[in-house]
Design a protein around this ligand. Structure first.
Ligand code: CP
Length: 305
């Protein structure tokens, strides 16, 4: 399997994921010695129509560590010709003349697919719409799980929070379901539970899963608690007690000693800062892995182009 565009996580096979992880391990060593000049003839563009800290900075840092160059705009909605009414497809046709890869965060679901259909260079989906996907986040999440749990088979993973518009949860659920004896729990209020398309995919692929309204009886048996942010404004008229979805030191006490807590970040109140110093809090290590995984993704795309 050759990489061209990276639009959704289903497109990755297990051998490709393992190849990527091997390269990610090499990238850690390359960063430790200050980077490489191997890709100094390559140019990457970041085109973000929505705010980002981790994804944009880590992709740009990855490109610099590979020796390449970066074209960027801080806020494409304001500083690209979208302001003049230019359609995404035309913007992509133009920018693809100036670079070797485009990292796109688009405000509409399906934006990355539309871009890939017209782009002369690889498109990497850095998050599309609210209910789309974020495949490189899922890759770095999976790499983190592999590193911390030392396996990807036989794991129980709880996804907690706003799961209906969780791009990262959607992408990671697709990736996790490629491995053996996986059990997925989706813990959320009914209104923001995971969408049926993911559940249909899990059913079709015989993946064991359960839906729950709270963490009771689940959090004590999972290997991974994957926490996400709940936009409280969306639910303010529903009168729900959202504090039951928070992870604090009381929840920590119920968790297995060798489990991990992840979060794509940014976080709000859903993980108490008192949890940060517990060795099971993996979310900052997870964000750091984003640099190495994205270096691996970019270098593989360039090598296979
Ligand atoms: N995890 C993630 O996508 O973070 P950013 O929105 O900061 O890129």
């Amino acid at each position: 399997m050759k990489l061209k565009h990276i639009v959704e996580s289903q497109q990755f096979t297990v051998p490709k994921i393992m190849e990527l992880f091997e390269r990610t391990n090499q990238m850690k060593k390359i960063v430790a010695r200050g980077g490489t000049r191997d890709y100094s003839n390559r140019v990457m563009a970041t085109l973000f129509y929505r705010p980002s800290t981790r994804t944009r900075f880590s992709f740009e840092a990855a490109m610099y560590r590979l020796g390449g160059k970066v074209l960027t705009t801080e806020q494409a909605k304001e500083f690209s010709s979208e302001v003049e009414g230019e359609m995404l497809e035309d913007t992509i046709r133009i920018i693809s003349n100036y670079c070797d890869a485009i990292i796109l965060r688009h405000h509409q679901e399906g934006g990355a697919k539309r871009a890939a259909a017209v782009s002369g260079v690889p498109i990497i989906n850095a998050g599309d719409g609210s209910g789309g996907q974020h495949p490189t986040q899922a890759l770095l999440d999976l790499y983190t799980i592999y590193n911390e749990c030392k396996t990807l088979d036989g794991l129980s993973v709880a996804f907690i929070g706003a799961l209906d518009d969780g791009r990262t949860v959607r992408s990671l659920a697709y990736l996790m379901s490629k491995f053996d004896r996986i059990k997925l729990y989706f813990i959320a209020p009914g209104d923001i539970q995971i969408k049926p398309d993911i559940l249909d995919y899990l059913k079709e692929n015989n993946i064991s899963y359960a839906l729950a309204k709270n963490m009771d009886d689940i959090i004590n048996r999972v290997d991974v608690a994957y926490q996400t942010r709940i936009d409280r404004n969306r639910l303010q008229d529903k009168n729900l007690d959202l504090s039951v979805y928070n992870i604090d030191t009381d929840v920590l006490q119920k968790m297995k000693y060798n489990s991990i807590i992840m979060h794509p970040l940014p976080r709000s109140v859903e993980i108490n800062t008192a949890v940060d110093t517990d060795p099971r809090a993996a979310y900052f290590r997870q964000a750091k892995n984003g640099l190495y995984v994205r270096m691996a993704v970019l270098s593989m795309l360039f090598d296979e182009a």
